[in-house]
Design a protein around this ligand. Structure first.
Ligand SMILES: NC(=O)c1ccc[n+]([C@@H]2O[C@H](COP(=O)([O-])OP(=O)(O)OC[C@H]3O[C@@H](n4cnc5c(N)ncnc54)[C@H](OP(=O)(O)O)[C@@H]3O)[C@@H](O)[C@H]2O)c1
Length: 365
């Protein structure tokens, strides 16, 4: 049985749905060799932090954050005493402190850092630092944040291998639909020569809404009102989210060493309702497509609007649907299609990563 001590760095929508899902599926997860997990640390940006090696009160932590209050109230007294007057620890400090205290206490339970902070597209932070700190501290790391793989996969993967720890990130692309774990676990000795995909839901929704007579601003406002697009939607609209996912795919599946800044990128900001409806009248559909290919020994990745024939797989995707097509040497081309995504699917990606680590490492502490 794998009984991890979880350190949650980020406790927003995904982090909270993740711990609830673990509770909801506890008996099924026991069959997958995962049981008796505890949360021993939580770090946030504006809701304080809490540490308790005996296990934090998860129900209370959810309640506190959802009422906009600080987690300090549930911190174990020994930590509260230790940090009197000290500033709230950063995610990196909290990971290091919990790992050190567990070592000092002689704990043999594996630590898993669950990273769900937001991506700064400029540098991939703070996720890269959190993953690095976790692996250096001897923890396994799972994340739904695309930053670490989009910006620093080669370094972090090498760190994980050297440390003999797991580093998994299924939620980084297409929520919980298996991409990275599918390739890792089920496609041995296959070379991926290229990929293409519609991987950003917000832009696909906006284009579909414009096809149906809405204008750009109204479609975007609708996504924001539904809580799907960020208040600052430029990451989606300008193609940065798709570029970060494409960079992650290229780094992990094709051995590239790139960042989103090296993706040739245009967004959908120049599109109007008239543009997309003119394409529809010609039997075609516009999509924001991410592509990666090998060219002269290099992996080249680009994101841009393409006008596709109506019978193309990507042209059949409406609203928030996503698809990824992989070009392989042994299996030819095949596609994975996501007809519905969201919070539970992303939280489930973290659960699948945790189970994968349980399977790979349950005999190790
Ligand atoms: N939501 C989805 O459906 C979805 C889908 C796929 C991938 N993802 C990815 O999953 C990650 C989490 O998304 P979310 O929807 O849960 O976001 P969210 O609700 O905004 O939560 C982000 C969490 O990170 C914390 N945080 C931010 N900066 C931090 C820092 N420097 N140190 C410690 N904690 C920090 C925030 O603290 P405060 O609450 O105190 O601000 C919050 O708890 C993101 O990387 C996102 O791209 C999300």
């Amino acid at each position: 049985m794998f009984s991890p001590d979880l350190v949650l760095v980020g406790f927003g929508n995904v982090g909270r749905r993740f711990v609830r899902l673990l509770e909801e599926r506890a008996s099924e997860l026991r069959d997958a060799h995962l049981a008796d997990w505890r949360v021993v640390g939580i770090a946030t940006a504006r809701h304080g932090s809490a540490r308790d090696l005996r296990g934090l009160d998860v129900a209370r932590s959810l309640d506190l954050v959802e009422r906009g209050q600080s987690l300090e109230a549930i911190e174990a007294p020994e930590w509260a005493g230790r940090k009197r007057g000290a500033p709230v620890p950063s995610g990196v400090q909290l990971i290091e402190q919990v790992a050190e205290a567990a070592r000092e206490a002689g704990s043999t339970r594996p630590i898993v850092v669950v990273e769900t902070t937001l991506l700064d597209i400029g540098a991939g932070q703070p996720g890269v630092d959190h993953v690095r700190a976790g692996l250096r501290a001897g923890a396994h790391v799972i994340t739904a944040n695309k930053g670490p793989v989009a910006f620093a996969y080669a370094e972090l993967n090498s760190l994980a291998r050297t440390a003999g720890r797991g580093f998994l990130f299924e939620g980084a692309v297409m929520d919980g639909i298996p991409i990275f774990n599918m390739v890792r676990q089920t496609l041995p000795a296959v070379t991926i020569n290229g990929f293409s995909g519609v991987v950003n839901s917000t832009t696909n929704f906006i284009i579909t809404a414009m096809e149906n007579g809405r204008e750009f601003a109204a479609s975007l406002a609708e996504m924001q009102a539904a809580g799907i697009a960020e208040a600052d939607a430029s990451l989606d609209v300008d193609g940065w989210d798709a570029a970060a996912k494409a960079s992650a795919l290229a780094n992990v599946l094709m051995g590239a060493r790139m960042t989103p800044q090296q993706v040739e990128r245009t967004g959908i900001g120049h599109l109007t309702g008239a543009h997309v409806r003119a394409a529809v009248n010609l039997g075609r559909r516009m999509k924001l497509v991410a592509r990666g290919e090998r060219r002269e020994g290099r992996v080249v990745v680009r994101v841009g609007v393409e006008e596709l024939p109506a019978d193309h797989l990507f042209a059949t995707l409406g609203g928030q649907q996503n698809a990824l097509l992989l070009e392989t040497d042994l299996l030819g081309e095949f596609a994975v299609v996501q007809l519905g995504g969201g919070l539970t699917q992303t939280a489930y990606a973290l659960v699948t990563d945790l189970v994968a680590i349980a399977r790979d490492y349950r005999n190790l502490t």
